[in-house]
Design a protein around this ligand. Structure first.
Ligand SMILES: Nc1ncnc2c1ncn2[C@@H]1O[C@H](COP(=O)(O)OP(=O)(O)O)[C@@H](O)[C@H]1O
Ligand SMILES: Cc1ncc(COP(=O)(O)O)c(N)n1
Length: 264
């Protein structure tokens, strides 16, 4: 069985973070392991408390997983601080993790901060250069590149800047745009658009986490980055469409235990 590792924050509400990642890994037929960076007290209405873990325990979790179980792909989500980003980057290098998907999580759907302001530079310098794929949404791409994205041309400029920082594939997601969500991929040479239909709903808590985990799992299973993104997009759309309507705010998605089997 292929192995997938998430390095991310815990969401007590079960919709995003480590919880969404592990559900997605299972749905994709991979064995998921987890490295927790921070604990959030969170539900569909928002985040009421955040506790970042010391970098040392993040390092020892990675060592524990990698020294015994290993991984075929990994993803990062909420990393909270510059210290944790540096610790993760060092361990990714030490364990030679090449299939790394970086979801540069900064704020929750509720608007609460999940990454300290001073950690952005560490993300740019230490982690992005190690990424096989980086999956920013539009606000995250703007913060990382200092490009204000007002048009499709701006989005392409931002994707080029992220690629020049060292990520091999850059996908700037379109969930925050008006109209149908189109995700834009740049592989260093060409642009490719992944089109989807907008589902009008409040149940989008964990879409980014689910998307990046699905990409990591499909890469672990040997698919190309293009195929992995295309499958991840279909999975997220279906997961939004069949969302269980839980909580009074931004509700979580539905995950599908037999998705991978259905695909084959
Ligand atoms: N309302 C929606 N309907 C269909 N797809 C969506 C919707 N919102 C987001 N997506 C898709 O979900 C994935 C995550 O995108 P996005 O919501 O932009 O990320 P984030 O959760 O990081 O803000 C992307 O593939 C995006 O196109
Ligand atoms: C612990 C944690 N990690 C990440 C997110 C972002 O969620 P989304 O997938 O909606 O961008 C979150 N709300 N909480």
């Amino acid at each position: 069985m292929k192995r997938t590792m998430t390095i991310a924050g815990s969401d007590s509400g079960g919709g995003a973070g480590i919880q969404a990642d592990l559900k997605t890994f299972s749905a994709m037929g991979t064995f998921g392991t987890s490295v927790i960076t921070a604990i959030t007290a969170q539900n569909t209405l928002g985040v009421t408390d955040v506790y970042g873990l010391p970098a040392k325990i993040v390092e020892s979790q990675i060592d524990a997983v990698m020294s015994d179980i290993g991984t075929d792909a990994a993803k990062t989500g909420m990393l909270f601080s510059a210290e944790i980003i540096e610790a993760v980057a060092n361990k990714v290098k030490k364990w030679e993790i090449e299939n790394l998907v970086v979801d540069p999580v900064m704020v929750a759907k509720s608007g609460d901060r999940l990454l300290k302001e001073d950690a952005i530079e560490a993300m740019r310098r230490k982690l992005i250069p190690l990424a096989l794929v980086i999956t920013p949404n539009i606000p995250e791409a703007e913060v990382l590149t200092d490009v204000s994205i007002k048009s499709e041309e701006d989005r392409r400029i931002a994707a080029r800047v992220l690629h020049s920082m060292g990520a091999r594939y850059v996908i700037v997601k379109g969930g925050h745009l008006e109209g149908d969500p189109v995700d834009l991929l740049f592989d260093g040479q060409r642009f490719h658009e992944f089109r989807g239909e907008r589902i009008h709903t409040n149940n989008t808590h964990g879409t980014g986490c689910t998307f990046s985990s699905a990409i990591a799992a499909q890469i672990a299973r040997g698919r190309s980055v293009y195929e992995a993104i295309s499958i991840a997009k279909r999975y997220v759309s279906e997961a939004i469409r069949q969302a269980p309507h839980i909580g009074a705010g931004h509700g979580p998605l539905q995950h599908f235990p037999k998705w991978e089997a259905d695909l084959d």
